[in-house]
Design a protein around this ligand. Structure first.
Ligand SMILES: Cc1cc2nc3c(=O)[nH]c(=O)nc-3n(C[C@H](O)[C@H](O)[C@H](O)COP(=O)(O)OP(=O)(O)OC[C@H]3O[C@@H](n4cnc5c(N)ncnc54)[C@H](O)[C@@H]3O)c2cc1C
Length: 471
């Protein structure tokens, strides 16, 4: 393989959001930085493609980006200068019920609390201090080490966040619907909802909805990756695609190497010269269940029974706390769930560039057993049809990726795990191993910078940024 140089200051392997973030951060420090990507296009989990029909643009992985707009690193980069445009749907999230009604998260905390009836007061009291101070809270929550700059605020957050979603909802909410709404948020942890700290995900996603919104990228998530790549190139960085790195022999000489891969892949890269002890510790890293992801090209907007759903960028489908929890448990236990909890995004409602001639797109996933090759598209469609009769009649084409296909698409999704490894309380702060600077491997100039490092999954680039900044 030939590169522009024989020797670089730094080489980054993998052009996902974290690899791109690491490359930009390194380019601020060094003269020569090379970013390598296995696929022909950059972006990792922030790619878009015509997965179904010509002109229908689908987000292959991430679609909704509260963490990206909240990311202190992305904010520094002024990515609008590289073409990035955010679109904020009128309502961040809707959660419909069987009878055609729905709850939702409005941008306004007060409007959301008003809708929750008797639970409104508890909802407002729980979230107000965090929403009012969301920038300070998020900067602490999204850190590489759990040492807060705002200890009082974080202590207040910790008291609630460290509880299980089950205990928190039982203690605060009387209504079954409010409990279902919160379960849908906490379910993004992909951990059974009676486990410690699952409440953290629910609170955090609600704070993000009220604080910064749950936006989508105009034209597709690829626009975010492309803006990051342009920012890197603009600083003089070099990107090469179509190069799968299997061993250090595939790489040019460099002072520092960064890998935007998960522990299992790192262990398979030849010639790294990692210590036996470190390899053993990395091999203990745990992965979670997978997802089955489906995209549709539609002839019209989804005909939701509940009007609120027609104004929401994201819709959660799960009739009760118990049903959503059961869906996660099944995925954890390696069982197929027959009424899976579904996360759905309907980006074309707010971004007409996603589909031609009045058409629409829909994006959805459900949790599924780790590594499963079973297509759950029919079950997901059944769920949508239940809340939006007539949905199936609108389908022009679809693309489905069960967990095993997710991993074939991107080896970072081990067994279809979209978070780069299980995000339980222990592994949130011991990603990929317990250490003060978890990004450095046992080899001094080799770093890991994917979502398998703090602060974990999602498109925010902070794993890459912290890894490269701490060098
Ligand atoms: C279906 C799905 C839905 C999601 N939805 C959201 C969402 O709505 N919002 C959100 O914030 N997050 C979402 N995520 C999670 C988000 O996409 C990931 O957390 C994020 O992309 C992780 O970034 P990363 O840079 O660590 O890894 P990745 O984005 O996975 O990038 C890793 C890159 O490294 C490359 N690579 C791997 N091995 C090699 C190698 N040996 N040689 C060269 N290149 C290599 C891969 O091809 C890939 O491009 C979703 C993920 C999935 C799969």
């Amino acid at each position: 393989m030939s590169f522009q140089r024989n020797h670089y200051d730094a080489v980054v392997v993998g052009a996902g959001p974290n690899g791109l973030a690491a490359a930009i951060t390194l380019k601020r420090k060094f003269k020569s930085v090379l970013l390598l990507e296995a696929r022909e296009t950059i972006g990792g989990g922030a790619r878009s493609a015509e997965l179904t029909l010509p002109g229908f643009i689908h987000d292959v992985c991430s679609a909704v980006h509260p963490l990206a707009v909240a990311s202190p690193f992305f904010r520094q980069l002024e990515l609008h200068r590289y073409g990035l445009e955010w679109i904020q749907p009128e309502i961040p999230l809707a959660h419909p019920f069987e009878n055609g009604e729905a709850l939702c998260l409005h941008r306004s905390l007060a409007a959301t609390a008003d809708m929750l009836g008797p639970d409104g007061k508890a909802y407002r009291e729980m979230l107000q201090p965090f929403v009012e101070n969301h920038e300070r809270l998020l900067s602490d929550v999204l850190k590489s080490l759990p040492i807060p700059e705002n200890p009082i605020l974080m202590a207040r957050f910790g008291l609630k966040a460290l509880r299980s979603a089950k205990k928190l909802t039982e203690a605060n909410f009387q209504g079954a619907r409010t409990r279902a709404l919160f379960a849908g948020l906490a379910a993004h942890a992909m951990i059974p909802l009676e486990r410690t700290a699952t409440a953290a995900f629910g609170i955090l996603l609600a704070v993000l909805a009220h604080g910064v919104g749950w936006p989508i990228v105009k034209g597709g998530s690829q626009g975010l990756a492309d803006a990051l790549a342009d920012c890197f190139r603009n600083k003089g960085g070099e990107i090469r695609t179509g190069i799968t790195v299997g061993s250090m022999g595939d790489l040019p000489g460099a002072e520092h190497y960064f890998f935007d891969v998960t522990p299992r892949q790192l262990l398979n890269i030849g010639g790294l010269d990692l210590s036996e002890n470190y390899r053993k510790r990395l091999s203990r890293f745990r992965y979670g269940p997978g997802v089955c992801k489906v995209d549709w090209a539609l002839s019209g907007p989804i005909p939701w029974k509940a009007d609120l759903c027609r104004k929401a960028g994201t819709v959660h489908l799960g009739s009760s706390f118990e049903e959503i929890d059961a869906s996660i448990r099944d995925a954890h236990a390696g069982r197929k769930c027959l009424s899976p909890y579904v996360v759905l995004a309907q980006s074309s409602l707010f971004d007409p560039t996603r589909a031609p001639g009045g058409g629409h797109t829909a994006w959805a996933y459900c949790h599924a057993p780790h590594g499963s090759d079973e297509d759950m598209a029919d079950l997901i469609e059944e769920r949508i049809e239940h809340y939006a009769p007539g949905f199936r009649g609108l389908i022009l084409a679809k693309s489905s990726m069960p967990p095993a296909a997710m991993e074939r698409y991107n080896p970072n999704y081990v067994g279809g795990d979209i978070n780069g490894g299980l995000q339980d309380l222990f592994q949130l702060y011991s990603r990929p191993v317990l250490s003060f600077f978890p990004y450095r491997t046992s080899k001094k100039n080799i770093y890991i910078c994917s979502s398998s490092t703090p602060p974990g999954g999602g498109v925010h680039g902070l794993c890459g940024y912290y890894a490269a900044r701490g060098l």
